[in-house]
Each structure stands twice: as structure tokens, then as C-alpha cells.
Ligand binder design. Sequence first.
Ligand SMILES: Nc1ncnc2c1ncn2[C@@H]1O[C@H](COP(=O)(O)OP(=O)(O)OP(=O)(O)O)[C@@H](O)[C@H]1O
Ligand SMILES: [Mg+2]
Length: 223
Amino acid sequence: MAEGVLLGTGREADVFALDDGRVLRRYRHGGDVTREASIMRYVGECGLPVPRVDRAEGAELVMERIEGPTMLGAFLAGQLDVPAGAAILADLHGRLRGLPPRPGARPESRVVHLDLHPDNVMLGPAGPVLIDWRNARDDEPDLDVAVSALIMAEVAVNNLFGLGELGARFLAAFLARVPGDPVRLLDTAVAMRRVNPTLSTDEVGRLDEAASLVRHHWRSTTP
Ligand SMILES: Nc1ncnc2c1ncn2[C@@H]1O[C@H](COP(=O)(O)OP(=O)(O)OP(=O)(O)O)[C@@H](O)[C@H]1O
Ligand SMILES: [Mg+2]
């Protein structure tokens, strides 16, 4: 498909603006977007704020363009403070947890995003919108919360984007608000991150330290 201006480039995909208020997201190394597109459509129909999906074929997803920065961009620009950002992320987890399971999924399962962090939330004109559903599946909500907490702890221990100190404060604020138990499935989250090809060797080497930071802050927020 003919692409427009490059809007964003993540670790796995390029996102191009199309000329009609939509974007094309294309995986650089191929792949199949139909599974994530069907999850996006389901959660969108349930009322979760996600981009409307217009076409999903092969490695290409055409969806509604969201105007606005990501939460990470807003943090870096000094436009978002820690309590407000943590509340947005915790609220998205709460809303996901509250959705009914997908038809055919185990009744106790829920849709989980498994990459719910500030660079995958866009601050659009109508509010926060959750993007990048590549890892989404039907699973336990506590796993989703553990992965989010671990990613924030990784930012803290690796000083990613120069946000080490802010990452730690963000993690604590998130843990104080998020529903569920972020440490029950933390070992599973660590095992998943360990084999995630987007992490550098250094980042993999600090995963245990990141998990300890989650446990530390979780203990200090629970009575
Ligand atoms: N619907 C959208 N509307 C406008 N911009 C978007 C949209 N979806 C994605 N983007 C832009 O493209 C960037 C990358 O998108 P996305 O997170 O989906 O790709 P990715 O390659 O999986 O990223 P990463 O691997 O870094 O998590 C986003 O940060 C955002 O700037
Ligand atoms: Mg992303």
C-alpha cells in the first residue's frame, strides 16, 4: 500500500500518515496483524479507547489517526506529571480488567495488552488512547499489570530516556493505584521479557533488579 509521511517508528513497526485522517502501521519484518486487529475491534466495541481499525492484512494495519503526543512524549516535554500519568495507566488497566472475556475464551480470562506503558498510550483530543496491540491475548489481568510494572522498573534501572528517577516515582504511583496483584505473576512477566527481542542484552541483564524494584515499591504501597 502507498505510504505517506513517516509519523512514528517503533522498535518493530513504521507508522505512516495517510491523507485522510488514517495511518498505516507496517511491521518491518513481515507478520500477521489480523489477530491484533480482531482484539482491537473487540475492545473498541466494548468501549475501550483504541484507534478504529479500517483494514488489517498481512503486515499492514490501517487505522484511525490519533492526534497528540504519546504519554512518554508528554512526560519528556514536561506536559504531564507523575500522578496524572500513573492514574491514566492504572485506569486503562482497570477498564481492560472490567471487560467481558472474548467469545470462545476461557470465562476467567480477560483481554490483556501485555505492553501497556507510556509510549503505547497516545493523549488524543478525546482522551488517552491505547495503541500497539501486538502482544495482546486472552490471559490473566494480573499478568498485564506485572508486565507494565516491570517495564516501568526497567526504565528506572536502565535510566532509559534519562528518566531513571522519574521512572521509579512513576512505578510507585502506578502501584499505589492499579487494581490487582502486580507481583503474583511477576516471575512469568520476567520470563516473557527475557525472551523479548526488543530488549538489549544490558536490559535483559537488569531484569532481576527491575523485578526487585517492583517488589520493593509494591511492599511499600500495601498495608
Ligand atoms: N493510530 C495512530 N495515530 C497516530 N500515530 C500513531 C498511531 N499508532 C501509532 N502511532 C505512532 O507511531 C509510533 C509507533 O507505534 P507503535 O507503538 O504501534 O509501534 P511499535 O513499533 O510497536 O513501537 P514499539 O516497538 O516502540 O513499542 C507511536 O509512538 C506513535 O507516535
Ligand atoms: Mg509501541
